[in-house]
Design a protein around this ligand. Structure first.
Ligand code: FAD
Length: 462
C-alpha cells in the first residue's frame, strides 16, 4: 500500500481468481480464515474512507480492465514466492507493461526482502542462500526498522463483486474474525508471556504455547516485519532474564527461518515438485504404503506421530516439533515421498504457504537445503520421552491413551508384554498397534539410502 501511495491515490483491490479459489478451497478452515480476513480488510479500508474493490475473474484481464477503469498508471502487488505464483506474477507483469502500465511486485511477505540478503553475498558472486546459518547471519546484518508510512485512500465509485464467504466453501465463518487488530493483540499477548519460554515451547508440545501466528503471517493479517520490530522492542526490556532474552532471540530467528525459505523459493525457483538437490531427485521414495492411511488418520501406533496428525485434522495446525517427527515417520519409517505428505497437510493446514511447505518438507526428507550427511531420522518414542515425558500432549489428542501410565503413553506397545493392559489398550475401540517396527524400518531406510548415494557417486565419477 505504501509503495502504491508513492505513485498517487490508492485504489485497494483484491482479485479473487480461479487459482486463489482453488488453493483456499483445499481446506475449509483455510477458506474460513481467508474469507474472514477479506471481510476485516474490507471493513478497515471502509473505516479509512475508501472501499475495497473485489473482482472475481482471471487475474490478468481483470487487473488490466480495472486499471483502465480507474485510470491507474501503476499497479502494485505483494509478491508470490512459490513457482506457480511466480509464473502467474510474471504473466501479469508483462501484460501490464505491454499495456503501458508500471507493474511493481513488492516483497511484503518476508521481514527482509530476498535481494537485501543476497546483496550481502553478491561480493562473493552468490545470489540466494542454500544454508540457513549463514543466511540468518546476513539477515541479522541487513535488516532495518520497518517504515511506517500512513496511506491516504480516496473514495472510489468502482464496482465491486461480493466478497467470498466461508459458506461458498462449505465452511462456517470463524467466530473470532481474523483481522490485523486480532493478530496484533495475539502477538502482544505472546510477547508479554509465552515468548519468554519459546526455547522450550517450540520443543515441548504439551507446554507453553508457541505463537500460533502462522496463518496470520500467511494471509498478511500480520506482517513479518511487525513481528520482528515488536520482538526487538520487547528485547529492550532491561528486566529480562538471560534465558528469556535467548527465547525472544530464538523466536526472532523463527521469522528469519521463514524468510530463509521464502528467499530459497525466490532464488532457486524450481518446479514445485522438484527436490532442491539434483541428486536426490532420483531417490526412489514410494508413493504408497499399506500404512499411509494410518499415518493420515493418526493410527500408526506411535503416539507422538498420531497425536500430531490428530491435532492437525482437528484444528488445522500442528506443533512445530511434532511436524518434524510426523514428517520423518512418513518419509523414513514408511519410505513415502515428501510430496505425498506435503499435499496431505495442505488439505488440512490453515496457513497457505507453498514455499514454506515445500522448503520444510524437503528439509525434513533430506532432499532440500542444508544437506545433512545422513537423513535426520527421528525416533518417535525417544522424541516423546524427551519432549512429552508425562504424555500431556499425547493424552490430550489420543483419547484411547488418556488414562494409561506415563510409560505406556510413550510406548503403548510395551504393554503387549503385560496381558491385562494389552487387553485394555488394544481391544475394540483401543489404540492401534505399531504399523511398522521403527528400529527395523529406520535401518532399512538407511541401508537403501547408503546404497543410493554410493551408486549415485559412482555414476558421478563415471
Ligand atoms: C514438515 C514441515 C512442514 C511445515 N509446513 C509449514 C507450512 O506449510 N507453513 C508454515 O508456515 N510453516 C510450516 N512449517 C514450519 C513450522 O512448523 C510452522 O511455521 C509452525 O509450526 C507454526 O506455528 P507457530 O506459528 O506457533 O510458530 P512459532 O514457532 O511461534 O514461529 C513463529 C513463526 O515463525 C515462522 N516459522 C517458524 N518455524 C518455521 C519454519 N521451520 N519454516 C518457516 N517458517 C517458520 C512461522 O511463520 C511461524 O508462525 C513446517 C514445518 C515442518 C517440519
Amino acid at each position: 500500500m505504501a509503495e502504491a501511495a508513492r505513485a498517487g491515490d490508492v485504489v485497494p483491490v483484491l482479485v479473487f481468481d480461479a487459482a486463489t479459489r482453488d488453493r483456499i478451497a483445499r481446506s475449509p478452515r483455510r477458506a474460513a480464515f481467508y474469507c474472514g480476513a477479506g471481510g476485516s480488510l474490507n471493513a478497515s479500508v471502509a473505516a479509512r474512507g475508501s472501499s475495497l474493490v473485489l473482482r472475481r475473474g482471471p487475474l490478468v484481464s481483470t487487473v488490466r480492465a480495472l486499471a483502465r477503469e480507474s485510470g491507474a498508471d501503476t499497479v502494485v502487488w505483494s509478491s508470490a514466492y512459490d513457482a506457480a505464483g511466480l509464473a502467474r506474477q510474471r504473466k501479469l507483469q508483462s501484460a501490464l507493461e505491454e499495456a503501458g502500465l508500471r507493474a511493481i511486485a513488492v516483497h511484503d511477505a518476508p521481514a527482509v526482502p530476498p535481494e537485501d540478503t543476497a546483496a550481502a553475498r553478491s561480493a562473493e558472486g552468490g545470489t540466494g542462500y542454500r544454508a540457513l546459518v549463514p543466511y540468518v547471519a546476513a539477515w541479522d546484518e541487513v535488516r532495518r526498522a520497518p517504515f511506517d508510512a500512513p496511506v491516504a485512500f480516496e473514495p472510489n465509485e468502482l464496482r465491486s463483486d461480493a466478497l467470498p464467504q466461508a459458506s461458498e466453501f462449505g465452511a462456517r465463518p470463524m467466530l473470532d474474525e481474523p483481522s490485523e487488530a486480532r493478530a496484533l493483540a495475539a502477538l502482544a499477548t505472546f510477547l508479554a508471556g509465552p515468548a519468554l519460554q519459546y526455547l522450550s515451547a517450540r520443543n515441548v508440545p504439551g507446554g507453553e504455547p508457541t505463537s500460533h501466528l502462522s496463518a496470520d503471517l500467511s494471509f498478511g493479517t500480520l506482517a513479518a516485519r511487525t513481528v520482528v520490530a515488536r520482538t526487538d522492542e520487547r528485547l529492550r526490556d532491561p528486566f529480562l532474564l538471560a534465558e528469556e532474552r535467548l527465547s525472544l532471540e530464538a523466536f526472532r530467528r523463527a521469522i528469519a527461518q521463514r524468510d530463509f525459505f521464502l528467499q530459497l523459493a525466490w532464488f532457486f525457483e524450481s518446479r514445485p515438485d522438484q527436490a532442491l538437490q539434483p541428486r536426490m531427485r532420483r531417490f526412489p521414495f514410494a508413493s504408497k504404503h499399506p500404512a499411509l492411511a494410518a499415518w493420515l488418520e493418526g493410527r500408526t501406533g506411535y503416539p507422538l506421530v498420531d497425536a500430531g496428525m490428530r491435532q492437525l485434522r482437528a484444528t488445522g495446525w500442528m506443533h512445530p516439533r511434532v511436524r518434524s517427527v510426523a514428517a520423518s515417520f512418513l518419509c523414513f519409517d514408511l519410505g513415502v515421498d515428501w510430496r505425498v505428505g506435503r499435499d496431505a497437510w495442505e488439505r488440512e493446514l490453515i496457513e497457505d504457504d507453498p514455499a514454506l511447505a515445500a522448503g520444510n518438507w524437503q528439509w525434513a526428507a533430506g532432499v532440500g537445503a542444508d544437506l545433512a550427511q545422513f537423513p535426520r531420522i527421528y525416533n518417535p518414542r525417544k522424541q516423546a520421552h524427551s519432549f512429552d515425558p508425562r504424555g500431556a500432549y499425547v493424552r490430550h489428542w489420543i483419547s484411547e491413551l488418556a488414562t494409561v501410565s506415563d510409560a505406556d503413553v510413550i510406548d503403548p506397545s510395551s504393554s503387549e508384554r503385560r496381558p491385562q493392559l494389552a487387553l485394555a489398550l488394544f481391544n475394540g475401540n483401543a489404540y492401534s498397534a505399531p504399523v511398522v517396527d521403527h528400529e527395523i524400518a529406520a535401518r532399512d531406510f538407511l541401508r537403501r539410502y547408503a546404497a543410493f548415494v554410493e551408486s549415485a557417486e559412482k555414476k558421478d565419477v563415471g
